[in-house]
Design a protein around this ligand. Structure first.
Ligand code: PAP
Length: 368
């Protein structure tokens, strides 16, 4: 078994008998007194990592965005190389932790919301007027591992969180800690058709650089040197883990979620060990969760219309909620751009059983 597959899956003996809490994860912002007041990440780069970072291959990026460095085969923002090291060395998942993992722009915000609403439904009924997702952005409910591992203080906050913890990461599977220091936990990975991911990423980055050409974003993704890329290796790491250990890694696809969100919420609930009861089904709890987390609903909420994604990434939160459809690439990509991505996808995935074929043939954007 590779390092990546050994990662995350062995039970830490001390956690094996930990009681299973039933109230679900707490909304992170409610217990994090200073969330939102974060300072510059670059100021917090630990001294001891300066040599490591400066010795890695570099892909400079314009407009004040952090340079990318290639660490263990993945292009990470410079500031997050020490974060990856810290995660590998010190992150100790608990048996009842759930981690939402994704490549950026593949449905993270949605799956954070759905997983939070599903796991926290006993403490916070989805139809309730006081639901945390009505006053907080999904990223405020589910802490970002990379942000926490920027500092020892952040690590301590994570350690202090009551179980079960729900967290989010864009890190590739191989940046998770090795088996001998890791507790067992569950990972919910969401993947998206790469052309739609590229178009979504382009729209997002244009908030920082309005004249950014789509061709530049597409090229960097194809060449591998995109944030957290190569995207194919990111997807394949989690895909292989999900086929080897389906009880530990749930592999979701954004397009399938769009097609039948209720079916996937049920799947998610079973996966995290909280299947819907007959009474909940009758009461329409699944539909309540789907409605609460729908892009149409989330977009209207003040918490998602105001504020910024991250203190060091000054993009407004409302940019997290754009169209939310499959097939939007046809509205922006040239045939050559699309063909190039399709060819790489075919080459990288043809032996894996993972296919995006059903989405390659769509001529129009599908409003689901
Ligand atoms: P992140 O990696 O920065 O957190 P992420 O949430 O993964 O971003 O991706 C944003 C995409 O998910 C956007 O896609 P688009 O640009 O193609 O429209 C966004 O619209 C979509 N999205 C966000 N929330 C939802 C939702 N509730 N339902 C469906 N799609 C959503």
């Amino acid at each position: 078994m590779s390092h990546s597959l050994r990662t995350l899956f062995s039970l830490r003996p001390s956690m094996a008998d930990a009681p299973v809490a039933s109230v679900g994860p707490v909304p992170f912002k409610d217990v994090d007194a200073d969330s939102g007041s974060g300072s510059s990440v670059l100021e917090q780069l630990p001294e001891e990592h300066a040599d490591l970072v400066s010795g890695l291959p570099c892909a400079p990026r314009p407009n004040g965005l952090s340079n990318l460095r290639c660490y263990e085969g993945f292009w990470l923002p410079e500031w997050s190389v020490p974060v990856a090291v810290a995660l590998q060395r010190r992150f100790q998942p608990r048996r009842d932790d759930v981690i939402v993992a994704s490549f950026p722009k593949c449905g993270t915000t949605w799956v954070n919301a759905l997983t939070f609403a599903t796991m926290a439904r006993r403490a916070h009924p989805a139809a309730g007027a006081g639901h945390p997702l009505l006053r907080l952005n999904p990223h405020q409910c589910v802490p970002f591992l990379e942000a926490l591992f920027r500092s020892r203080r952040g690590e301590a906050k994570l350690e202090a969180l009551p179980s079960p913890r729900l967290m989010n990461t864009h890190m590739p599977l191989r940046m998770m800690p090795p088996a001998d220091s890791a507790g067992g936990c569950k990972v919910v990975y969401v993947c998206r058709e790469p052309k739609d991911m590229v178009v979504s990423l382009w729209h997002y980055l244009r908030r920082l650089q309005p004249d950014l050409p789509l061709a530049d974003v597409s090229e960097s993704v194809c060449g591998g040197a995109a944030m957290y890329g190569p995207v194919w290796d990111h997807i394949l790491g989690y895909w292989s883990a999900s086929t080897a250990r389906p009880d530990s890694v749930l592999f979701l696809r954004y397009e399938e979620l769009l097609r039948d969100p209720a079916k996937h919420v049920r799947k998610l609930a079973r996966f995290v060990g909280l299947p819907f009861s007959g009474a909940e089904e009758e009461a329409g709890v699944v539909d309540d969760i789907v409605k609460l987390c729908s892009i149409g609903h989330l977009k209207t909420l003040e918490a998602n219309k105001t504020g910024h994604v991250d203190p060091i990434f000054p993009i407004p939160r409302e940019a997290l909620f754009r169209k939310g459809v499959a097939g939007d690439w046809v509205n922006y990509m040239t045939p050559e751009m699309a063909r190039r991505i399709d060819e790489i996808v075919a080459d990288k995935f043809h032996t894996t059983g993972l296919t995006f074929q059903e989405w390659l043939t769509h001529a129009d954007s599908i409003d689901l």
